[in-house]
Design a protein around this ligand. Structure first.
Ligand code: PFF
Length: 450
């Protein structure tokens, strides 16, 4: 039972800016800097970008507001929030907590690679533009046994160290430093990239849509990316919204966060693709684009060594402000529902997530057994979270607001009982009730059948 006293002590964001920075920090992460550029690079450049933007407008803004509303209304973790509004719905939040657990286990492995690459950048280890050498270096590192696990542990310890400090004293404090630093660094890299001779081709590849490239698989890839990139479908924004004060303006925040996230994704594309073109590499480098192609690009560009360090530090900052939100989803559940202290909850949950990440890391090396379809454990975790848990969570979220709790109740919370403006509320309600769930269900089912 939650007594009033305990509710009063629940931590809150110290300021509106703090909330925006933390939520944008959650959204901006490896999804923007690592995944988005290579997905755009492999899926027809501007065509992919256009579909992505359309889905952000329709699904992204809508679900962002939906999650924050549920969180702020209930002031509870993802499971408690659903259950408080309607008994029997806690399992939807449960899927989200599970997704947070799963995503962080492999996210932290990739975060570990980034730390390893910062060290490589500082020591000049990859100062070559020979793609074969770079490919072997990357492949050798991630398929190792102890090195990637060591860096995975380090990444997890950093994440734990911030989350243990709580909302205003941990997550908010660090996000307020890391996010502005991230903006400055990415702008520097973009300026470097677009001013390279020959960058124009990359810029137009990225910005000019080639409609012949748009097919269903591109749309599917783009939708999954919208969920992942905006941290939607797993109760992350419910959790962050639950620490929001009752007089904060939700429609405004729900607009600003996707704008910032999309801005950084576009900047990441502009930072990476023009340089890749200018220096004569293949934009369809896939997941190796950041770890293999980009070091080759840095090796060829003036002052590339310095920009390589800046770039990987930037990626690390972005990854950390996201990993802390993933951990917080699970921790807030354990603190609210099991009444553990934050320190105990954070330590034990982080240790368990680290443990799950170990086989994920090893599945790229000594344990490369295919366990599902053609996927090793690492990829199977990604499949489970991105293609099953997040879309399902997003779909249930729409059904829950549109058909169970009711759009009117949600709008009342979103407008602070009529005090703040939410002009497009009728459109929002229509999209939550019909457009978004149908689109998500359609894509989810075809994704599973594909
Ligand atoms: N949005 C993060 C990224 O783009 O890297 C990943 C993420 C964070 C997904 C938090 C889901 C989440 F709840």
């Amino acid at each position: 039972m939650v007594d009033l006293n305990e509710n009063k002590q629940r931590d809150q964001w110290g300021s509106k800016l703090g909330f925006i920075m933390a939520a944008a920090g959650s959204a901006v992460g490896l999804g923007n800097l690592w995944k988005f550029p290579y997905m755009a690079g492999s899926n027809g450049g501007g065509a992919f970008v256009l579909i992505y933007l359309a889905l952000i407008v329709i699904v992204g803004f809508t679900l962002m507001a939906a999650e924050i509303v549920i969180g702020r209304h209930t002031q509870l973790n993802a499971i408690g929030a659903y259950r408080k509004i309607r008994k029997g719905w806690g399992w939807v939040g449960g899927l989200g907590v599970l997704a947070g657990f799963v995503i962080l286990s492999y996210y932290s492995v990739v975060g570990g690679w980034v730390i390893n690459y910062i060290i490589k950048a500082v020591t000049g280890a990859f100062n070559t533009s020979d793609m074969e050498v770079l490919g072997n270096m990357f492949g050798g590192m991630i398929s190792g046994t102890w090195t990637p696990i060591f860096y995975h542990a380090l990444f997890m310890i950093i994440t734990l160290g911030i989350v243990i400090g709580g909302i205003s004293g941990g997550i908010e404090k660090f996000s307020k430093i890391l996010m502005p630093a991230l903006f400055v660094m990415i702008i520097m890299i973009v300026i470097r990239s677009v001013t390279l001779p020959g960058a124009g081709e990359g810029i137009s590849f990225f910005l000019k849509p080639d409609f012949s490239k748009i097919d269903f698989s591109v749309i599917l890839a783009a939708l999954g990316q919208v969920f992942f990139s905006l941290s939607l479908g797993m109760g992350c924004m419910i959790t962050y919204g639950s620490y929001l004060s009752k007089d904060e303006n939700i429609p405004q925040s729900a607009t600003l966060i996707p704008l910032l996230d999309t801005g950084v994704a576009l900047l990441a594309g502009l930072a990476i693709l023009p340089a890749v073109f200018a220096l004569g590499f293949d934009p369809a480098g896939g997941p190796g684009l950041v770890f293999i192609t980009l070091p080759a690009v840095f090796a060829k560009m003036p002052m590339g060594g310095l920009f390589a360090v800046i770039f990987f530090v930037l990626v690390l900052f972005a990854a950390i402000t996201s990993s802390i939100s993933l951990l917080e989803v699970v921790v807030s559940f354990v603190v609210d529902e099991w009444k553990w202290s934050r320190a105990k909850a954070t330590t034990i949950v982080a240790a368990a997530i680290f443990a799950l990440g170990v086989p994920a890391s090893l599945s790229m090396g000594i344990w490369d057994t295919i366990i599902f379809k053609d996927l090793v454990f690492f990829d199977a975790l990604g499949f489970l979270s991105d293609q099953i848990l997040l879309p399902l969570g997003g779909l249930m979220l729409c059904i829950f607001i549109g058909w169970v709790w009711g759009v009117d109740n949600a709008v009342k919370e979103a407008t602070n009982g009529g005090k703040v403006k939410f002009t497009i509320a009728p459109v929002w309600g229509f999209v939550v009730k019909y457009v978004a769930p149908i689109a998500i269900a359609y894509i989810f089912i075809s994704g599973l059948l594909a």
